[in-house]
Ligand binder design. Structure first.
Ligand code: ADP
Length: 433
């Protein structure tokens, strides 16, 4: 502005001096000419400024006379605002990315519970389509009566556990609403399907163990009461012996159950380490001695064992797997049957431990369930032969910990073959071979 006033003053002074020398009319003419020139220059500068305004992110045009002083601070402020805006956008983006990375679902609701925003996990949990459902009431989107009741509460001390989905694909969610900001709501969703399943498995397991313990305990206490209430001479020594044998059998069943439970627990709690080379042939020999004792000469045993082969693993775990498969073959094969035990390297450098029997066999429908805890095809036969219903569950667990697979082939009435396949990188040869 000062520059403009100075220019006008200079033109006026020039006009006055010229007027004094060449006459007033010439002086006025010079002043008019000067002012016209100033208006023209100003017009030009304004048109350059107008062009700049259309691309306001560019630096302002240079040398626009008096406008320089106005444009420079405006441009500085604009630039600063732009940087601040970018920083805020970056912060917002970071917050959004953090919300997306949450392991839980999160969604925000307006005061009237319409959906404002949700992360991908919440969309997955609740089956939302973030684009379509945004702006709709969450009560219309999530149509579960328990949720409607929960969402209409005034405050939410406890989360809501909701079962969503259909028969074969149900999902258990834990939802928690909390007010925030100016009357808005934050809802956190967590998928607890797996936790609930584990909890159910745990409950079933406890129920099964109690049931398994109750039977021998009931029998034992029954015998003890009977013996206690009877006069000493009411039983012959043979009868007394018979009762004691039955009691010992039940006590043995309980001991076996506790031993298997401890083995399972240790398999579940001890970390899986690569282990050391284990000579499986030695373990097979020990198991054979036990199985022959169990068989009591009623079965024929055939052995095809490569005693140079070793497996990297845990000796006690492998011993239990080797023993379980062999004693099962004895227990489920009627007298006179043959049990063939093979331990050999395969063409692909893996190794296979196989127990084949000519026993009662297993119906194909039952095979997938054999490794479930406490699953038995024939409860009576299992119990009578001292079974706990945990042997194959343990064997499967041991196999997994040794990266091995357990394959079962069986024909009812003809016999079964149980094979443990160890991968090549677990197999090593005996140092003396
Ligand atoms: P159990 O202590 O009852 O034998 P396991 O887990 O070892 O428990 O085996 C589960 C079930 O698998 C057994 O109850 C039996 O029905 C079946 N089974 C296991 N091995 C054999 C086999 N060699 N032949 C026939 N059935 C078998």
């Amino acid at each position: 502005m000062n520059k403009t006033l100075v220019s006008i003053a200079l033109w006026a002074l020039g006009g006055w001096l010229l007027g004094a020398w060449l006459g007033a009319a010439t002086g006025w003419a010079l002043l008019a000419l000067g002012l016209l020139a100033m208006v023209l220059v100003s017009g030009l500068q304004l048109s350059r400024i107008a062009r700049w305004v259309r691309n306001i992110d560019d630096p302002p045009p240079p040398s626009v006379g008096p406008w320089d002083e106005i444009l420079a601070p405006i441009y500085r402020k604009l630039k600063q605002n732009r940087l601040e805006l970018q920083e805020r956008a970056r912060n917002f983006q970071r917050a959004l990315l953090a919300a997306e990375a949450l392991p839980d679902g999160a969604l925000t609701l307006s005061p009237d519970k319409t959906l404002l925003w949700c992360n991908q996990t919440a969309a997955e949990h609740l089956g939302l389509n973030p684009h379509q459902d945004r702006g709709h009431s969450i009560l219309n989107v999530l149509r579960a009566p328990e949720f409607a009741h929960y969402a209409r509460q005034d405050h939410w001390d406890k989360p809501l556990v909701l079962h969503l989905g259909h028969a074969d694909h149900t999902r258990t969610l834990m939802l928690h609403l909390a007010p925030y900001g100016a009357g808005q709501f934050l809802m956190v969703t967590r998928d607890i399907t797996q936790i609930e399943r584990l909890e159910n498995t745990r409950k079933d397991f406890v129920a099964n163990v109690s049931h398994e313990m109750r039977t021998p305990l009931t029998v034992l206490s029954g015998f003890i009461e009977t013996l206690h209430d009877m006069p000493d001479d009411a039983l012959t020594p043979e009868q007394r012996q018979h009762y004691l044998q039955l009691m010992a059998h039940q006590a043995h069943n309980m001991q076996a159950l506790v031993a298997d439970l401890l083995t399972l627990s240790s398999l579940e709690t001890t970390p899986n380490q690569p282990g050391a080379p284990v000579a499986l042939a030695a373990l097979i020999q020990t198991a054979l001695t036990q199985s022959q004792a169990l068989s009591n000469g009623q079965h024929h045993f055939a052995l095809q064992v490569d005693d140079t082969l070793q497996i990297l693993g845990q000796e006690s775990e492998l011993a239990s797997a080797v023993g379980n498969l062999m004693t099962n073959a004895v227990r489920y094969t009627p007298a006179g049957g043959t049990i063939t035990i093979r331990w050999a390297r395969q063409a692909d450098a893996s190794a296979c431990y196989q127990v084949q029997d000519t026993g009662i066999g297993i119906a194909s429908g039952d095979i997938p369930r054999l490794t479930e805890r406490f699953f038995r095809v024939n409860r009576g036969r299992s119990r009578a032969t001292g079974g706990t219903g945990l042997g194959l569950a343990i064997t499967k667990h041991v196999a997994l910990r040794h990266e091995a697979t357990l394959d079962i082939e069986s024909t009812p009435g003809a016999g079964s073959t149980f094979s443990l396949h160890f991968p090549a990188d677990r197999v090593c040869a005996h140092k003396n071979s």
